[in-house]
Write a protein that binds this ligand. Structure first.
Ligand SMILES: [Zn+2]
Length: 153
């Protein structure tokens, strides 16, 4: 028998495949989607080999569509990810993720003196740079690398 060179990830019947996730970021994607609190079938692949990227992560979730907010969150931590919608084992839609211009809520400002931390103000971050992703708080105007902020979804 010929040895399989690549790990196979089983297909899903209906749901969403998030592919080409930056290697090592799948668990952060799972966090954004609150996948720890779901009963849906899901497959998470970390450090899979990819022709295009060398290594990549992948997340497949059955019976789940993503909200625009969730897609924006994924774009921030993995700007090259792709979304595929599967229905009855067939690809019905493929979509490249694009970085939003700004994101409301969801990012916690690391600046303890920022008004969003002192009062109950919803945060707003402007995407200041694409690669690497940098965000700027619309309130205290401080800039942060995406690795330095915490998300709340
Ligand atoms: Zn701030």
């Amino acid at each position: 028998m010929k040895e399989k060179k690549q790990l196979r990830v089983d297909p899903i019947k209906n749901g969403t495949v998030i592919d080409h996730i930056t290697a090592g970021k799948a668990l952060q994607v799972a966090d954004i989607l609150n996948l720890q609190q779901t009963d849906n079938l899901m497959l998470i692949g970390v450090h899979l080999s990819s022709k295009k990227m060398g290594k990549k992560d992948i997340v497949k979730i059955e019976n789940r569509n993503l909200t625009a907010d969730e897609v924006n969150g994924i774009a921030l931590i993995s700007p090259n990810a792709t979304l595929t919608i599967i229905e009855d084992y067939r690809v019905v839609k493929k979509q490249k993720i694009t970085l939003p211009e700004a994101i409301k809520g969801h990012i916690i400002c690391p600046n303890p003196n920022c008004v969003t931390n002192v009062e109950q103000v919803e945060t707003r971050f402007i995407i200041a740079n694409g690669t690497p992703v940098e965000v700027q708080c619309a309130y205290c105007e401080k800039k942060y690398g995406i690795e330095d902020v915490k998300f709340r979804f």
